[in-house]
Design a protein. Sequence first.
Length: 154
Amino acid sequence: MSIGELLAATVPMVRTLKLEYLETTPERAVLSLPDQSEYRNHVGGPHAGAMFTLGESASGAIVLAAFGDQLARAVPLPIHARIAFKKIALGPVTATATLGRPAAEVVAELDAGRRPEFLVSVQLQREDGAVTGEMTVVWTLRPNSRPEPEEQAG
């Protein structure tokens, strides 16, 4: 199952907005939000909430692609996100996410017993290539709780 199929199956908003996963690699994730009249805003473009969901979903896709092999020991969680709307987005919008630092550095922090934080940058573009928004999402890999040793019966 691909990352796109996994997220579509487990995240209802992905299905609701009909997000399309065009590319998901540890280096880059590209998602598309189709033009849908039911999710347009007062100026005819995608609602800000739909654009945020597109960007956050792209960031999550690259995190799973880059750190999916760490899921047995850590849970990826977004800590905070910021979005800037640059131009009116009309029609389909594409989000391209990239990691802010090498995945190996993040895993090395996890290996050292720390809870790493890392930035994912997302660029939102309309079909003509114009950048309509920029988003940053700070993620962490929260180490799974270690089970308490069982008390021995005395």
